[in-house]
Design a protein around this ligand. Structure first.
Ligand code: CO
Length: 167
């Protein structure tokens, strides 16, 4: 299996992904392995399944404990306290910008065996999870950029191209 990174304006980036129910599917192990590999190869901190053209609620994140898979993740709590990070995304090469998100979150998810887990994340990791959770709901970080730090014109061109494709 070879996974390729999907870039904007591919429509799957606007798709709300499907819940994973069957954790006995032998394909999942392979998908997790390949997604982790792709994330590391392209120097990302997180990767959502639609970024590799898969319609399942799965994200991989390079946590403090190394790359980890999160199935059906859901944010249960968000701090009112916000933070701003200069974000980028593997699906938007050379485009970066400041996004404001909660500084601390509580996340529920299922691990690769389907077991329910709960973790807290703060600072950079909180931003990464919120960015990835947006992906699996069809939301991209450029929807939330307050101020671009690179590639604003490139983004505008891609956006215009996306509108032309819909005509
Ligand atoms: Co992204």
């Amino acid at each position: 299996m070879k996974l390729n990174i999907v870039t904007y304006p591919n429509k799957i980036l606007r798709t709300k992904l499907k819940k994973v129910d069957n954790f006995n599917n032998p394909k999942l192990d392979k998908i997790i392995k390949e997604m982790k590999k792709a994330m590391i190869k392209y120097d990302g901190i997180g990767l959502a399944a639609n970024q590799v053209d898969l319609n399942i609620r799965l994200v991989v994140v390079n946590t403090e404990n190394g790359p980890q898979a999160f199935f059906n993740p859901c944010i249960k709590k968000k701090s009112l306290l916000k933070q701003k990070f200069d974000e980028g995304c593997l699906s938007f090469p050379e485009i970066t910008g400041f996004v404001t998100r909660s500084k601390k979150i509580t996340l529920e998810y299922q691990n690769e065996k389907g077991n329910k887990k709960k973790i807290e994340a703060k600072n950079l990791m909180a931003t990464v999870f919120q960015h990835e959770l947006d992906h699996i709901n069809g939301i991209v970080f450029t929807d939330k950029i307050k101020k671009f730090t690179a590639g604003e014109n490139k983004f505008k061109e891609l956006k215009a191209q996306a509108r032309d494709d819909e005509k």
